[in-house]
Design a protein around this ligand. Sequence first.
Ligand code: PMP
Length: 287
Amino acid sequence: MSRIAYVNGRYVPHRQASVHVEDRGYQFADGVYEVVPVVDDLLVDEEPHLDRLDRSLRELRIAWPIRRAALKIAMREVLRRNYFQHGIIYIQMTRGVARRDHPFPKLAQPAVVITAARRPRPGAAMMEDGVKVISVPDIRWGRCDIKTVSLLPNVLAKQQAREAGAYEAWLVDEDGNVTEGGSSNAWIVTREGELVTRPSGHEILSGITRRSVLQLVREEGLDFVERPFSLEEAKRAREAFVTSATSYVTPVVEIDEAVVGNGKPGSIAQKLYAAYRGYMTGAGATR
Ligand code: PMP
């Protein structure tokens, strides 16, 4: 079955789906996006993802190009037309097409694109063996809380990770603290057994998976604290893991050349992965 995309009100074959060369997303990265996971045909955390989309748009003063209710219908229609069980819905909204000039255009109509992609679930091996991460300096701007398509530092970090045989790159700020991963949030469990992740703020994207996992952490009654942690502390940690819409809860067993804990996924990461799996097709799911 050929893939179908939604572009500004029309369902078009994916191969022909395109936007204008003067779209400000293309010219200036003047746009935002969301990735909503699809598991067993269900949308995971749809409302929180759309709330974050709304926030990103408001922060950049881009008007919604489509009503929220209509977007939800279009997401389901794209999913239906690209029939698959597991994957992602990708939504991108930009300030639209205008003659190239930095300030906001007066007349541009914001643009919306929705695509759907089949993706296998994260592999069992990754969950059972854990993954390796490398550290790189965080060279991003001061508003990482906005989910913009301006991802060049993240692209470079992920490429460096790929070339080092690592799954993810952890971004490290000028104080030596880990902000987050190139496309995930970072967590550790200290030697004292305290679960730690950096608080939401302008330095990180407030992950929807992070939010849901924090909810599960509270339900499980685990000790946790939101505070910055250093790369050195992470290397000495008992456990580490990352969360994102596509990697769920993925254990980290190596940071640079340091082995984390005993080199195997930790029990808290495993417990949270199991809880999150249940959540994805339970409380977090909508049809
Ligand atoms: N941080 C960054 C920089 C990301 O790109 C992502 C993935 N979109 C995340 C964190 C995790 O966010 P979420 O759980 O909403 O996928």
